[in-house]
Design a protein. Structure first.
Length: 382
């Protein structure tokens, strides 16, 4: 029987949040599982590399389970916190360490003591915190914000990324020493399109998972549906497969899922995108559109996002963020106050973005201590 990995509370999790199942049927997946379980028996720091939706957290959880560690498994998304909060979240803080810190609090490293800490989207970690993380890994102890006392740690670290960290190192967005420290043992998680033997077993797993919720019995995949699943390139990987199957169960009739019941991203259902040997690609109907945005600039933007995502644009978030900040700053004639107001962010947030993309100067209107700066602060608090 094929090995299946799921979350302990998968049934109660929201749809589309993450890949909720990994199944090892394809020969490449079987080889991957053997490698993962060899790595798990060591104490090495692990770097899991894979596209969004491939199941990186499930791999991390399996490594923790197979390691025999008695402590908890703690998962943290590095991209979910602001730069001002993530330091305290990871390393903890003492009472009074900063405004609002009314009581001491342990960070995620301390919470995972004796177990495993999984840091997802490690590439989003700010450079200043990369230095601190490296020190924690080297010294095996953590110092809370506002404290001078170190706390010893027994934590195995597993990091994950969907970006090419080597390129981030070359672009000086990620420290080379931390990269080498994290990648003592690497796990390269192939995209779903490169392990086609897993597609149909996973589809049947999701059919079983959602059939009960929808009060359906004995739902089957028609031959043309199986062919369509195998022909599609799955840019969103397992997460997208789950969504596609869930939708097909909603619209199918007479307990049979047919190819016409699937809703794929149309730009990727092409022969060039299909896995080799999987047959002709299935031309799916276009996704549903929202009438209130049709023909508007927002509609054009959403269409552009779909094209970029479908094309596998690397470092997409920072590319889009940089373009938005640059265009807004230029539109406002490099005026920070007007740019922040236009974007709907605070001036401090804007300054962080301008620094990130090499746009921060010290124009006269925002020289520290100037009357204009003081009036700008007043404007943003009212």
């Amino acid at each position: 029987m094929d090995k299946l990995l799921t979350f302990p509370d998968a049934a109660s999790m929201a749809l589309s949040i993450r890949a909720k199942a990994l199944l090892f049927h394809d020969a490449r997946s079987v080889e991957l599982l053997e490698h993962v379980e060899r790595v798990a028996r060591s104490e090495a720091t692990v770097l899991v590399i894979g596209e969004t939706g491939t199941g990186k957290e499930l791999i991390a959880r399996h490594i923790h389970t197979q390691s025999g560690r008695k402590g908890p498994f703690v998962a943290v998304n590095c991209g979910a916190f602001s730069e001002t909060l993530i330091d305290a979240e990871l390393f903890g803080h003492e009472s009074g360490a900063f405004t609002g810190a009314s009581q001491a609090r342990a960070g995620w490293f301390e919470a995972a003591n004796g177990g495993t800490l999984f840091l997802d989207e490690i590439g989003d970690l700010p450079l200043a915190l990369q230095v601190k993380l490296l020190r924690v890994l080297q010294e095996r102890q953590v110092v809370r914000l506002g404290s001078r006392r170190a706390t010893a740690l027994d934590v195995r670290l597993i990091a994950a990324t969907n970006i090419e960290l080597r390129q981030a190192v070359e672009a000086q967005r990620f420290r080379a020493d931390l990269y080498y420290r994290l990648s003592v043992a690497s796990v390269n998680l192939p995209p779903l399109r490169n392990r086609p033997g897993d597609i149909l077993p996973l589809a049947r797993h999701f059919i079983g998972l959602y059939s009960g919720k929808l009060h359906l019995d004995n739902v089957m995949l028609a031959p043309d549906a199986e062919a369509a699943l195998l022909a599609y390139a799955w840019p969103g990987n397992i997460r997208e497969l789950e969504n596609v199957v869930h939708y097909a169960l909603i619209v199918c009739r007479h307990g049979v899922i047919r190819a016409s019941d699937f809703r794929f991203a149309p730009t990727l259902a092409t022969p060039d995108a299909a896995p080799r040997g999987s047959g002709p690609a299935y031309a799916a109907p276009p996704p549903l559109t929202h009438a209130h945005t049709e023909g508007t600039p927002l509609d054009s933007l959403l269409s552009a996002f779909e094209t970029l995502i479908a094309g596998g644009q690397e470092d997409l978030f920072h590319t889009v963020e940089s373009a938005l900040v640059r265009h807004a700053f230029h539109h406002c004639d490099d005026n920070q106050v007007q740019t922040a107001r236009l974007l709907g962010v605070t001036r401090n947030t804007l300054r962080t973005l301008l620094k990130r993309y090499g746009l921060l100067g010290e124009p006269a209107e925002l020289q520290p201590g100037s009357a204009v700066e003081e009036s700008a602060d007043h404007a943003f608090t009212h």
